[in-house]
Design a protein around this ligand. Structure first.
Ligand SMILES: Cc1cc2nc3c(=O)[nH]c(=O)nc-3n(C[C@H](O)[C@H](O)[C@H](O)COP(=O)(O)O)c2cc1C
Length: 327
């Protein structure tokens, strides 16, 4: 039997599939279902900065609804009552019942005093903490360094408060993603999640109104995830969890070959049900047996940029060749 174990942020996972922070992980029952379905780890639905602030102010009025892309469901009622205490209770109860590691998730837009609550997540039993910090770089007065410094500052504020491993879930809107990933890694970040999938507005041309874009990802969206996983895995200290567009066993194998320590998945489980975790793991196992890889570690990163003879394949030179081939 193939050894599917993988290590992510120093935490041993029984397999590399992590159910990502979402509606699939927003209650105790749902977390238990993910565990029973065989998840290697589970990231709890994010606790939003506004929820903590609302908890202390007892008021959600005035919350900037557009501050968080993935807060849509929260603000539309799914988690409205889930204040900090409820979140901690879910975490404590889940910790007592599940067999896989639990990663708490904080969704933040500022580095305010509310971060003092981060240690409560550790006390409640979180094995690690994932920070979902997003700045839409749309402010003409803010340069890229200022934005990146805010990511660094957030990490350092949280690092002071907890001892458990910390992952940063990043978007792809950076002009120097490699350098930021390296700076975060060197500062001690244990895991990098590439990439968060943000809210995508759309336009209805019939009513000429704005509408919400697709909430779930498509398999094609894996290409950016795969590309950056391959470019940076092994070249930064932090472990990489690939995320967005991983929809089947083949996609899982691809990100592992590119060097991911784990794959975070949400959309495919929304579409196919939680039992799809075992389908993906079965496909992984069949492929490993066929290719004589007794363990995941035997092929992880085999096709990362740093491990191949032609790393330019992941860079521009290959692109020019591909374009020339079209002519
Ligand atoms: C309904 C829904 C709610 C989500 N809520 C959160 C959240 O609270 N925190 C978070 O970090 N990501 C959240 N996400 C993003 C997912 O964790 C994941 O990053 C994204 O769906 C891309 O992965 P996928 O292609 O496997 O779906 C949410 C996604 C969906 C569809």
């Amino acid at each position: 039997m193939a050894d599917l174990r993988s290590s992510y942020m120093g935490i041993q996972l029984k397999n590399p599939i992590i159910v990502s922070s979402s509606h699939l992980t927003s209650s105790l029952d749902k977390i238990l279902e993910c565990d029973q379905a065989g998840a290697g780890a589970i990231v709890l639905k994010s606790l939003f900065e506004e929820q903590i602030l609302a908890d202390t102010k007892e008021d959600l009025e005035g919350v900037n609804l557009l501050a968080h892309a993935d807060a849509m469901d929260f603000f539309q009622g799914m988690g409205k009552k889930k204040n900090l205490e409820e979140y901690l209770e879910i975490l404590r109860d889940a910790k007592a019942k599940v067999s896989c590691p639990l990663i708490a998730s904080l969704n933040c837009v500022t580095t305010g005093s509310w971060l003092n609550y981060a240690d409560k997540l550790e006390e409640a039993g979180a094995d690690a903490l994932e920070l979902n910090f997003f700045i839409l770089p749309v402010n003409f007065k803010q340069n890229s360094e200022e934005i990146e410094n805010r990511y660094m500052a957030l990490y350092k504020e949280v690092q002071k408060r907890v001892k458990i491993p910390i992952a940063m879930k990043l978007g792809s809107y950076f002009s120097s993603l490699a350098q930021l990933a390296q700076k975060l890694s060197n500062a001690g970040v244990n895991g990098l999640v590439f990439f968060n999938r943000f809210y995508r507005p759309d336009i209805n041309i019939n009513t000429m109104e704005l509408k919400t874009g697709k909430i779930l990802s498509e398999p094609i969206e894996i290409s950016q995830t795969l590309h950056w996983t391959a470019l940076l895995s092994g070249r930064v200290r932090a472990d990489i969890a690939s995320n967005t567009g991983i929809h089947d066993g083949e996609a899982l194998i691809k990100v592992l070959l590119a060097g991911a320590s784990a794959a975070q998945i949400c959309s495919t489980l929304s579409k196919n049900g939680l039992s799809y975790i075992s389908t993906m793991l079965k496909d992984l196992e069949i492929w490993m047996n066929k290719n004589n890889f007794p363990s995941v570690a035997d092929f992880q990163g085999k096709l990362a940029s740093e491990n191949i003879d032609n790393p330019e394949f992941y860079e521009r030179a290959q692109y020019i060749r591909a374009i020339a081939g079209l002519g």
